[in-house]
Design a binder for this molecule. Structure first.
Ligand code: AMP
Length: 417
C-alpha cells in the first residue's frame, strides 16, 4: 500500500487545535457582525480571469495560482484570496451600497511551504464596497485591531501608508523604475527581476544588500495628489480619535496591484522574521471596475488565521476552548441504558458520551476519566432494579445515588456550579 500523507503545504487540523480554530472564527464573526458586516461564502474556485484582474505583476497571480482546465474546458483557478471573488460577486448581484461583508475560509497558493506559510491557508476578512469616506478606512482598521485584542494579543504593530490615487501610483512607479535602474548593479538578482515586473515591489525586499538603495528611493508621499493626502490625513485623525497606535511606513506597498490610497499591515513582534505579517489590507478603488462593474470604492482586510494562531502561541494567549463532554455514562448491564440515557441527556442540551462493546467497569471508568467529563453516571443491575443511577463527581471521587427520574434536574443544578 502507498504511504498516504497530506500534500505538502496542507495539514489536518485535529482537536484540540480545531476547537480553537472554530472559536477564532466565532469571535471574528461576533466582532464584525456587531459592526454591520454580513457573511458571504464565495466559491473556492472561479474562472481564472477573475483573479487575473488582480494584476499580472502580482506574484500571487503569476507564480502561485492553482489553475487547471476542467472537464468542460474552462480555465479555473482555486482562489488565492477572496477580495477578487467578493468584487466579482458585487458586480454579479449589484447589492445596494454600502455593501459590508465578511468571510472566512481557505485560500490556495503554490508557495514554498515552511512554518507559517502553507499552500492551503485560512483567512478571515471583511470588505466594504461603495464608500470613499476616511472614517470607513479607520473603522476597518479598528475592527482588525480590536479583534486581535479580543484574542488577547498585545504584541501587534500596525503600519500604515498611502499609495495615492491610481495616476499617482503609476507616476511613482515610473519614478522608482528610473531610480532603481540607475542603481541596478547594487540590487540583488531577485530585486532586479522584480524591478522588471513591478518596481513598487522592490521596496518590499528584506534582503540586506538591497537596503541601501531602498533607503535612498523617492517617497510616495512626495508625489501624491492633494485629495489623496487629505484622505490620508483624515484616516490618521480618525485612528487618533480611537487611540489606535500606528507607524507610518512609506515603504509599505503590499502585494496586490489594485491597492490605492490607504494600505496597512499588522505585524506580530512575537514571531520569527520570515512570517511576522499576520494581516493586512487597504483600499482597492478600481478593482470592481476592472471586473466589469461601475466605478466603486472598496476597502478591506484579510487576516491569516494560521499565522495569527502562531502569534497567539508565541504570546501564550487564546488557548483551545474545552470540547469535553459534561457526562460519561457507564453501563455494566447491557449497554441499552447508556444508549437511551445518552440520547435523553443530549436532547436536554447536556453533552454526553459513553463506552461501547460492554467493556469491564474498570475499562469504562478509564474512558470516563479520559473523556474529561465532570460527572459519570454509573448503571449496574442494582441501579436498574431500584430505578436509580450512581452519580460520581470525577475530580473529587465523591458519589451518591440519584433516582432515575431526577437525573436531569440534579445534573442541570450541578453543571451550573
Ligand atoms: P495577503 O492576502 O497576501 O495580503 O495576506 C494576508 C495575510 O494572510 C498575511 O498577513 C498572512 O497572515 C496570511 N497569509 C498569506 N499567505 C499565506 C500563506 N501562504 N500561509 C499562511 N498564511 C498566509
Amino acid at each position: 500500500m502507498p504511504d498516504f500523507k497530506t500534500s505538502p503545504g496542507t495539514r489536518d487540523i485535529l482537536a484540540p487545535h480545531s476547537a480553537r480554530w472554530r472559536a477564532f472564527q466565532n469571535i471574528f464573526a461576533t466582532n464584525v457582525e456587531a459592526a454591520g458586516y454580513s457573511y458571504i461564502i464565495p466559491p473556492m474556485f472561479e474562472d481564472l480571469d477573475v483573479f487575473l484582474r488582480l494584476g499580472e505583476a502580482t506574484e500571487v497571480v503569476t507564480k502561485e495560482m492553482y489553475d487547471f482546465h476542467d472537464k468542460g474546458g474552462r480555465h479555473i483557478a482555486l482562489r488565492p484570496e477572496q477580495t477578487a471573488s467578493v468584487c466579482r460577486a458585487f458586480v454579479e448581484h449589484r447589492p445596494t451600497t454600502p455593501w459590508k461583508v465578511w468571510y472566512s475560509g481557505p485560500n490556495f497558493r503554490y508557495e514554498k511551504p515552511q512554518q507559517g506559510r502553507y499552500r492551503q491557508f485560512d483567512q478571515v476578512g471583511i470588505e466594504a464596497l461603495g464608500v470613499d469616506d476616511a472614517f470607513l478606512d479607520a473603522e476597518v482598521i479598528a475592527l482588525a485591531s480590536s479583534f486581535y485584542a479580543a484574542l488577547g494579543l498585545k504584541q501587534v504593530e500596525l503600519s500604515i501608508n498611502t499609495l495615492g490615487d491610481s495616476g499617482d501610483r503609476e507616476n511613482y512607479s515610473q519614478l522608482l523604475a528610473l531610480y532603481f535602474s540607475k542603481h541596478e548593479e547594487k540590487l540583488t538578482a531577485e530585486s532586479r527581476a522584480t524591478l522588471a515586473r513591478n518596481p513598487l515591489r522592490v521596496l518590499d525586499s528584506k534582503r540586506e544588500p538591497d537596503q541601501e538603495v531602498i533607503a535612498g528611493a523617492p517617497r510616495i508621499r512626495e508625489s501624491i495628489s492633494n485629495s489623496a493626502s487629505e484622505h490620508f490625513a483624515a484616516v490618521l485623525r480618525a485612528l487618533d480619535a480611537l487611540n489606535i497606535r500606528y507607524k507610518i511606513n512609506d515603504r509599505l506597498v503590499r502585494g496586490l496591484d489594485y491597492y490605492r490610497r490607504t494600505t496597512f499591515e499588522f505585524v506580530s513582534t512575537s514571531l520569527e522574521a520570515a512570517h511576522t505579517a499576520i494581516g493586512g489590507g487597504g483600499r482597492y478603488d478600481g478593482l470592481v471596475e476592472a471586473l466589469g462593474g461601475p466605478a466603486t470604492a472598496g476597502i478591506g482586510f484579510a487576516l491569516g488565521l494560521d499565522r495569527t494562531l502562531l502569534a497567539c502561541d508565541a504570546e501564550g494567549v487564546f488557548v483551545a476552548p474545552s470540547t469535553d463532554v459534561d457526562v460519561f455514562v457507564v453501563d455494566t448491564v447491557n449497554g441499552e441504558h447508556a444508549h437511551e440515557l445518552c440520547h435523553q441527556l443530549r436532547a436536554k442540551g447536556i453533552k454526553a458520551d459513553r463506552a461501547y462493546d460492554l467493556r469491564s467497569i474498570k475499562a469504562q471508568m478509564k474512558s470516563a476519566d479520559r473523556s474529561g467529563a465532570r460527572f459519570a453516571l454509573i448503571i449496574g443491575s442494582d441501579e436498574v432494579s431500584n430505578s436509580t443511577v450512581m452519580l460520581r463527581e470525577m475530580v473529587l471521587g465523591k458519589q451518591h445515588l440519584v433516582p432515575r427520574n431526577e437525573i436531569f434536574s440534579e445534573l442541570s443544578h450541578l453543571l451550573k456550579k
